[in-house]
Design a protein around this ligand. Sequence first.
Ligand SMILES: NC(=O)c1ccc[n+]([C@@H]2O[C@H](COP(=O)([O-])OP(=O)(O)OC[C@H]3O[C@@H](n4cnc5c(N)ncnc54)[C@H](OP(=O)(O)O)[C@@H]3O)[C@@H](O)[C@H]2O)c1
Length: 343
Amino acid sequence: MQKVNIILVGFGRVGRAFYELLKEKYDHYRERYGLFLELRAIVRKSGTVLLSGTRKMVSEAESGSGEKSELSGWIQTFSLADLLEEFKSGVLVDCTPSDLKTGEPGYSLTKMALSQGWHVVTASKGALVVHPSELAAEARKNQLALKASGATAAALPTLDVGLHSLAGAEILAIEGILNGTTNYILTRMADGLSFSRALMEASEKGIAEPNPVQDIEGWDTAAKMIIIANKVLGTEIKMSETRVHGINGLTEEIMARAAQIGKTIKLIGRCSRESPGAPWKVEVGLALLNPDHPLAMVDGSNKGIIFYTDCMGYVVVTGGKSDPRGAAAALIKDIISIYWRDF
Ligand SMILES: NC(=O)c1ccc[n+]([C@@H]2O[C@H](COP(=O)([O-])OP(=O)(O)OC[C@H]3O[C@@H](n4cnc5c(N)ncnc54)[C@H](OP(=O)(O)O)[C@@H]3O)[C@@H](O)[C@H]2O)c1
């Protein structure tokens, strides 16, 4: 049995889902993996709350007390550095916004946590797109984990497959549907809805973020593919080197014409190179898929990824629909993978 201190940074849609899932499945993590996952503090832009640990929170909730009071004492005075020092070691979980230009706030808080001996598990893409090599080196130097399942299509296993399941095989190319919002919009447009109606529906169902520009213009897909490529292939691909086209501008007429010729339109992120030894490139854009393409049937807010390899054929994973609970589950999977010996 092992006790794991957790500090959660960011308490929006994903941070809240993480907090709820941790409490809901606390006993399962203990019984199945021998891990006491103890949430010690939540830090958000507007303040910090210190907690008594998940076990105490769960028992207080069961006895009918706690629950509301545990989140009532938000204060401004605690710095993250003090919290990291106070609890000495554990996992920092980053659920802050993804800024793909500056990498902040994820960059500063990841660097601070790694330099103070904490593992980092992140749902946020910015820091890993802007400063991938520096952060990977910092983690390696301190023999710590920097895990990013939550930032790379979350509930859909991508990094786990590329790094572990395909270890030893040479990966020749990767392609995927990595954004649930755009895949939902395309699925509904194929049903006959206009772009704006499909987007409105995605927002009403809580699939699209309040500001879905990064999704619609393809930047979110590009960021995820860059992180996957950099980690799985050891590349150092930058966003500035990436060709990105989103789904904006797509009309019902184009969708109908694709259907007439028996094809499906999908937003695909791709990492490939022209020949062995040539530089790897990431590109994102709309693709016309034949019905027998492994990603053609990925619908709604589901996602999918294909790894083309030299000795394991092509390996496809699909599913893992986008939502904050799925992202929270991916964060917890990464924490388990750090500490559970049988992983
Ligand atoms: N939504 C999804 O389904 C999903 C799935 C996978 C990955 N992601 C990624 O997960 C991350 C979080 O997404 P979300 O939808 O939960 O975002 P969100 O609802 O906008 O929440 C962001 C949280 O970050 C906090 N925050 C912002 N700046 C901060 C700073 N400098 N220091 C500490 N906390 C700060 C905010 O604090 P306040 O509450 O005080 O404003 C808020 O609690 C994003 O990077 C997103 O791309 C999201």
